[in-house]
Ligand binder design. Structure first.
Ligand code: HEC
Length: 175
């Protein structure tokens, strides 16, 4: 092996290194580095649907019936009533997430504290509680019908404030 051969070997390595770098630089220049803004496909039912269009047609009475069918086994809905398995839902619409001082929320829901239960947040939560807050203690599979979610959210808006004291008994009117 003479030194000329070693020189050629060195130059060959150097040139192939430069070649690889040029290919990489050219590729990077032509192909943008960004991930696609929208996923190429989405699984049905897993995307967050905007709830606003459904709120326009929401029916408070249907929501009332649904909440009493599905939610009140775990949740109180009256002002000042004590929490059940879940926190009192009175005043929940527009309240801070995990915002009742007397209820001990899961770490997962507490992690969302600082955000507010907007209509969209409630809709995403009710679509799949475990996807909204993985590890939540609310064991509800989720409601996949956006019209039903809108009815429920419209009903939640009619409820009072859970932190308010229980309404005082009617004063007795003596004749
Ligand atoms: C099996 C019992 C159960 C049922 C049924 C249930 N929930 Fe819950 N819910 C919970 C529990 C437990 C929590 C607290 C979750 C946590 O801390 O992770 C909760 C939390 C919530 C919260 C968050 C409240 C806050 O103060 O941040 C909302 C809103 C809510 N539930 C709405 C509903 C609605 C609406 C329904 C009916 C469609 C419903 N839940 C049905 C058990 C239930």
């Amino acid at each position: 092996m003479d030194s000329m051969f070693l020189n050629r070997l060195g130059v060959a390595f150097l040139l192939s290194g430069v070649g690889v770098w040029v290919c990489y630089a050219a590729g990077a220049a032509f192909v943008p580095h960004t991930a696609p803004a929208k996923p190429a496909f989405s699984l049905p039912g897993l995307e967050n649907k905007p709830i606003a269009p459904f709120m326009a047609h929401a029916d408070v009475e249907r929501g009332d019936a649904l909440v009493h069918q599905v939610c009140t086994s775990c949740h109180a809905v009256n002002d000042g009533a004590s929490d059940g398995v879940g926190p009192n839902l009175a005043g929940v619409a527009g309240r801070q997430i995990a915002g009742l001082s007397g209820y001990s929320y899961s770490q997962s829901l507490k992690g969302q504290h600082g955000h507010v239960w907007s209509d969209q947040a409630l809709s995403d939560w009710l679509t799949s509680p475990s996807r909204f807050a993985p590890g939540t203690r609310m064991s509800l599979v989720g409601l996949h019908d956006p019209a039903q979610r809108a009815d429920i959210i419209a009903y939640l808006h009619t409820l009072g404030d859970a932190d308010a004291p229980a309404p005082a008994p009617e004063p007795k009117v003596t004749p």
